[in-house]
Design a protein around this ligand. Structure first.
Ligand code: 26V
Length: 822
């Protein structure tokens, strides 16, 4: 089935005319915003431009949405507690093909599109990789014309704003909605009641049948806010539907009339707090009740919405698995399994077995981490109090599930307790990963290694019971944002060199490979990179008042700060290099700028300490005259999608140095590789597949493998062993420990160094020498610029497979069974 044929709506001629666009923008400014041109600021022009662009999306949006129902197409629903979207203006404008037109429309008004673009606040409704993946997937779903909805929460405050004071991270609230959001349509009429607490009544329907009625103690309304998501070339538009909480009873009028003005509002404030802030997902176990409320709130709203839509067209729920696919982005929406069962059983009177078939046939689950401390579970008493009917259903799911296991493996109590949905050891808890697993027809990991590890570790017993259920879907990134939009220079060069086919088919980037050794092309490739580096250097200068040389190697590590990602390893290597430069200042050192950016979870002290160390080291190195311009250290504050879009095109070296076995995939690795950075990395996550695609001579792989890490941990080898064996590392750690970089507080890093001497859980000491050595090979390659440029070009050429279009096609084919154009 060609999903495009019946949905194509050409842009009206007026939409392609710069004068008409200008008039539209001015109309928006005047009549929607009530501003004069003279008084308009960049932010106002942004709003007016976004509203005018939005108008050009709506007709298609409405028509393709209608066509999907009428054509009986299967719908994909992507349930995610996070969507790390960033800005949307350039996304919409690029995909509609209006980039030049909008610039032309604005120029005669004396308005610079670039400034307008930058006035848009980032929608930071996510923590990191998981949320950004959801945003890339939404864009690819639309580009592939797969009818889909994203469901999530419209947080009033996204991820905190990071401010660095005296080297320490501080968190401030993010107010992305302060000046309004031009992309969203509020749908106050699309609202669902979400219940919490209360009791369950068992009603006898007949001798053979019992019906359960949940009487919640409290209900909150979920109200829809829709954002159109326009695909590449503007042919298809999907919906991102985010839910906001609205108190069912906004004001207790009697209390108000008695003069209790605050009390009259208290319930409302409490209920509406559900969508106030994004939880930092990489913070220790979410024991918080509010987090569970968020999870149920959005999962229930999504299910009520999609069930209502399905019933309107098909009349009953039997056909749900044929017409609907629900993808759970991690376990955060896993309660959807119990909620869909409840809807089938209690609201539609469907018998258990059929309800289970419908649920399993519809739902699938993506796992994004193996870290045991990151696997979600909820205390049974909390679940019983907040979601009493769901708890009953989970017990029943578990009972049937364990019956099946017992029938296959009688007497195997170890197996039973391992696969039980209820953990009995540390107080009774519901294991959300287990619930998601049993409620799904497919479970996937996000890179080949990660999926294999899923089968070997967390889901080992499940995998043995149901081989074939765990599959791999290696992550990808949308090339529209991460190449075309963020790197127009490179996009232009590529188009000139290999033609525009790669814009529609990422694999066509391969055509670049024959040019990798071409000296003239290398010069052009280098020139683009240089220009991007100059832009970043300007940003660094304006933000930090540090001058960096665009001719130096830009060595970049940008991601959440976490011990397993090993920014500490990078900082320690920086110190070692500093020592080496100081002891031989006249050697032919390769000039480098070490660039860091990333946020630490607010309560993660060790991660904040690492940020502080990076700043302490930066201060010492950047002010040491013997180092001159050979080494600079820069920490750019408040890492977000927009900052990534500045750094990624300017990077020469991409640091992907996580402890093997700990990074499920990584996606920054792909973004940086696509933009011509060489990777230095471990055999972890999708680095493994990057190695296969770019070839061993174009990537720097070092360090212990997953198996070696496991063995070393099992044997309990201490970090002190590695330190004793390395005079270089010993010196570095002695300097850190003794306060060379923290003269104001000489004990600041004592515990940090002690942890490395002890268990060295993340193998920082164990991998140090291998990493240092690999970095010297990087420098050697850099010294041969022709060889470096060749590798850089081949990285871009071989990154096509990492397009999220490929990932989404794989999901469509193997998990969702929806047709997709090739
Ligand atoms: C959660 C937690 C919670 C407890 C403390 C430690 C910790 C560390 C990490 C996490 C992240 C959980 C989920 C997540 O964000 N995974 C990321 O998903 C990306 C998209 O699949 C993937 O590229 C990253 O490798 C993976 O970390």
């Amino acid at each position: 089935m060609d999903t495009l044929a019946n949905s194509y709506v050409p842009l009206p001629a007026e939409a392609l005319d710069a004068d008409a666009m200008r008039a539209a923008i001015v109309r928006k400014l005047t009549y929607d915003l009530g501003k004069s041109q003279a008084g308009a600021r960049d932010r106002d022009w942004f709003m007016a431009t976004a509203l005018a662009v939005r108008d050009r999306i709506v007709d298609r949006w409405l028509s393709v949405t209608r066509a999907a129902y009428e054509g009986g197409q299967k719908q994909v629903y992507y349930l995610s507690l996070e969507f790390l979207i960033g800005r949307l203006l350039r996304d919409g404008v690029t995909n509609l093909g209006l980039t030049e037109l909008v610039s032309e429309a604005l120029a005669p008004l004396g308005v610079d599109f670039e400034k307008v673009r930058q006035a848009e606040p980032d929608a930071a409704l996510g923590n990191g990789g998981l949320g950004r993946l959801a945003a890339c997937f939404m864009e690819s779903l639309a580009s592939l014309a797969i009818p889909a909805f994203g469901y999530g929460i419209r947080y009033e405050h996204g991820l905190f704003r990071q401010i660095i004071r005296d080297g320490w991270q501080q968190e401030y609230p993010e107010d992305w909605l302060n000046f309004g959001n031009p992309w969203e349509y509020a749908r106050p009429e699309i609202a669902y009641d979400i219940g919490f607490g209360g009791a369950v009544e068992a009603v006898i329907v007949s001798e053979a049948r019992m019906r359960h009625v949940w009487h919640p103690a409290e209900t909150v309304q979920a109200v829809a806010y829709d954002t159109p998501v326009v695909g590449w070339r503007g042919q298809h538009v999907n919906t991102l539907r985010l839910w906001s909480a609205r108190a069912a009873d906004p004001l207790k009028l009697d209390a108000f009339n008695y003069g209790d003005h605050v009390g009259a509002l208290a319930d409302r404030v409490r209920q509406e707090s559900i969508c106030k802030v994004l939880y930092p997902s990489d913070e220790s176990p979410a024991g918080q009740e509010l987090r569970l409320k968020q999870e149920y709130f959005f999962a229930s709203a999504a299910l009520q919405d999609l069930v209502r839509r399905h019933l309107r067209v098909y009349g009953d729920l039997k056909s749900l698995p044929d017409k609907v696919s629900i993808q759970l982005n991690d376990t955060h929406p896993a309660i959807a399994v119990a909620e869909l069962m409840r809807i089938c059983l209690d609201l539609h009177g469907i018998a258990w077995d059929e309800a289970w078939e419908i649920t399993q046939g519809t739902v699938s689950y993506t796992n994004h981490t193996l870290l045991p401390e990151a696997l979600e579970s909820w205390a049974v008493p909390l679940m019983e109090r907040l979601l009493p009917r769901h708890m009953q259903i989970i017990y029943l799911i578990n009972a049937f599930h364990l019956d099946r296991v017992r029938a296959k493996h009688p007497g195997d109590t170890r197996l039973l307790s391992s696969v039980s949905l209820i953990e009995e050891d540390h107080g009774r808890r519901v294991r959300m990963g287990h619930l998601a697993f049993v409620g799904s027809h497919k479970v996937n990991g996000v890179s080949a290694l990660h999926s294999d590890l899923l089968k070997r570790t967390v889901f080992k017993d499940f995998h043995a019971l149901e081989p074939g259920k765990v599959v791999n879907k290696t992550n990808g990134i949308t090339f529209r944002r991460w190449l075309q939009q963020c790197n127009p220079g490179l996009t232009g060069l590529l188009t000139e060199a290999i033609g525009p086919a790669f814009l529609d088919n990422a694999e066509a980037l391969k055509d670049l490979a024959p040019l990798a050794g071409d000296a003239a092309f290398q010069q052009k490739f280098l020139a683009v990179k240089r220009q991007n580096k100059e832009a970043l250097a300007t940003l660094i200068r304006s933000q930090l008042d540090i001058r960096v040389d665009p001719h130096a190697m830009f060595d970049v590590q940008i991601k959440r700060i976490h011990e397993y990602k090993r920014q500490l390893l990078n900082v320690l290597e920086t110190i070692a290099l500093y020592d080496a430069i100081r002891s031989q200042p006249t050697r032919d050192w390769v000039p480098r700028v070490k660039i860091f950016a990333g946020k630490a979870a607010a309560s993660y002290h060790r991660a904040k300490q690492i940020i502080k160390l990076a700043h302490d080291v930066a201060r010492v190195i950047n002010s040491d005259p013997t180092v001159r311009n050979l080494l600079k250290v820069v920490f750019l504050p408040n890492y977000n999608v927009s900052l990534a879009e500045m750094i990624v095109p300017a990077a020469d070296l991409s640091e992907q140095i996580s402890t093997a076995g700990m990074e499920a995939s990584g996606t920054g690795n792909m973004k940086l590789g696509l933009n011509g950075a060489l990777t230095i990395g471990t055999l972890d996550g999708a680095n493994v597949e990057m190695l296969e695609h770019v070839g061993a001579e174009n990537i720097f792989i070092f360090g212990m493998t997953t198996e070696e890490v496991e063995a070393r941990r099992r044997e309990g080898v201490q970090g002190s062993a590695a330190i004793a064996a390395s005079s270089r590392l010993s010196e570095v750690l002695e300097a850190v420990r003794s306060g060379v970089f923290s003269p104001d507080d000489r004990n600041r890093y004592r515990d940090l160094v002690d942890a490395l001497c002890g268990s060295d859980y993340f193998m920082v000491a164990a991998d140090f020498d291998a990493y240092f050595e690999s970095q010297r090979q990087v420098a050697t390659r850099w010294a041969d610029q022709a060889a470096w440029q060749r590798s850089a070009i081949l990285n871009t050429a071989h990154m096509g497979w990492f397009s999220s279009d490929r990932t989404i096609r794989d999901y469509a084919q193997e998990i969702w069974q929806v047709p997709v154009r090739r």
